[in-house]
Each structure stands twice: as C-alpha cells, then as structure tokens.
Write a protein that binds this ligand. Sequence first.
Ligand code: SAH
Length: 301
Amino acid sequence: MTQSPPDTQPVTQPVTQSLSQLSPVLRTAYQRAVAQYWDTHTQDPVNLRLGEVDGFYHHHYGLGDYDPAVLEVSPDERDQRIIEELHRLESAQADVLLDNLGVVGPGDRLLDAGCGRGGTSLMAHYRFGCRVDGVTISEYQAGFANDRAVERGVSDVVRFHFRNMLDTGFESGSKRGIWTNETTMYVDLNELYAEFARLLPHGGRYVCITGCSNDVTGLRSKAVSRIDEHYTCNIHPRSAYFRALAANGLTPITVLDLTPATIPYWELRAQSSVATGIEEAFLTAYREGSFHYLLIAADRV
Ligand code: SAH
C-alpha cells in the first residue's frame, strides 16, 4: 500500500482516503508480512488448479476419505483425477463449516473473516441466498474474489474487501453469522473475538475451523513450528480458543475434532503433483498428537 506523505496531498482529499490513513488496513510489520505472503503466492497450483475444477477457489484443507481409485487410473489421467478429488475434499470441508452456522435466512448477512479467494463465501451465498462480505488483508485476493463474484453475476450480494478482520468497519450487530476458515493463526484471538462480539447480535453464530496445538502434549512441537514457519503464522494452543471465546461473550455449542477426517486429504496431497513440501509436517503433527484440526461453533450471548 502506498500513501503520499500528508504535505504532498491535494487540499481536497476524498473522505475514504483520509479515513484509511487514520486507520490503515495493515497496522504492523507482521500484518504486512502476512499480506505480502498472500499477495505473492498467487500462482501456487495447489490453489489454482484445484479452484479451476469448478471456479470455487479455496485456501484451506480437505475433509473425508478419498476414493483410492484415483491412484489407479492411467498415468495421463491420474494427475487431474487426484486434483479433482482434493478439490472435492476441500469443498466438503467448507460444507461442514456451513452446516454449523445454524439457521440463516436470505435477509441475513454473513462475514467470511480472512476470505482468501472467496470460495467459502460464494458457497454460503448459494446455500443461504443471503449477502456475504469477505475480508482479507491481501489486496490481490480481494480483487481475485470480486472478479469471481462478477463472473457469476452475484457481485451485488457477495463482496470482498481489502480490510483487517481485527477492525472490519462494519456496523455493530450487523452480521447474523461469522466464520474463520483457517485464519485465526494470523491474529491475536482476544482482539479478533472482541471485534466479532461487536459485529454479532445476541444469538448470532460464529464458526471456526482451525489447526491448533495440543496443550496436553506441551509446548509446540517441531512439526507445528515448521508449519508456522512455512505460512508465517502463529498456531495457537487449543486452550487459547476457549479462553478468548469465553472472555468475549462467545459460548461454544459444538466442538468437533476433525483430525482423523483431514488426514486422508494430506495423504493424497503428499502423492500429488501439487504437493508443496509441507505435507509431511502436517502428517507428523497430526499423527504424533501435537496438533488438532478443530471446528468450534459458538453463540454470542
Ligand atoms: N478462509 C479462506 C482463506 C484461508 S488462508 C479459505 O478458506 O479459503 C488465510 C487468509 O487469512 C488469507 O486470505 C489472509 O489474507 C487472511 N488474513 C490473515 N490475517 C488477516 C487479517 N488480520 N485480516 C483479514 N484477513 C487476514
């Protein structure tokens, strides 16, 4: 983000620009580093090739068993079949998240906090018929996701914004539901849940899918540290989620340990042409029990 120093600005600044200067989207060196990661990792086949299958682009992992037949097809078809299967599993993951949002009507508004390329937001719109806003600190991702919404003719109701989920700028009480799909490891949970408690009305639902470290096995393992290093993130321990939720008036209704259901995705991905090299760290962390894949749904009380 480039901003002119105040003394070189014209006298009549548009209001939006002067507001964004008071409250920039990227506030810390860490947030700038995270934004830079997503602004530059734009060509990774593990995201692009999977998204190209049906136009829903995800930056999260998969759930459920894969069909072993995809490994046995002829060599010229094998790669594409594996990619389609990985995409089916990542879309199934988003469906599990949306299953836990509770009752959502066409007049409601939802927030996808850390929306990536917007796949889950679009799925939510098609499922509930409602308005969805996605926020990401990657300007590139917001642009990419808005282009997909335009292509589908839903850009009036599904909108993506270059904004910080710690300070979204949306009106208090305006979101019936909020989710974070693999984004909470980039932020302080107390700051995040204070913002969500502001945005949700009484009875509003928050759903989180995240990887978290296991307090029972102690401090973060080498495999968890490798994941942090790879993504420039800070994986929180499981206990941190429940403390921060409770401190911000968010009361859990569902907790699912999705670890066993995500392992097949990693096993298949490790054998695919789109493997990035981080697969073994995930598999080790899950198998040794130092890391969990968790869904938490909580209500604003
Ligand atoms: N939820 C998406 C993307 C997950 S990748 C999906 O399921 O496909 C992590 C995302 O978190 C990226 O889009 C990144 O820009 C976003 N993110 C990280 N920190 C953020 C912050 N402070 N505010 C908004 N988005 C953030």
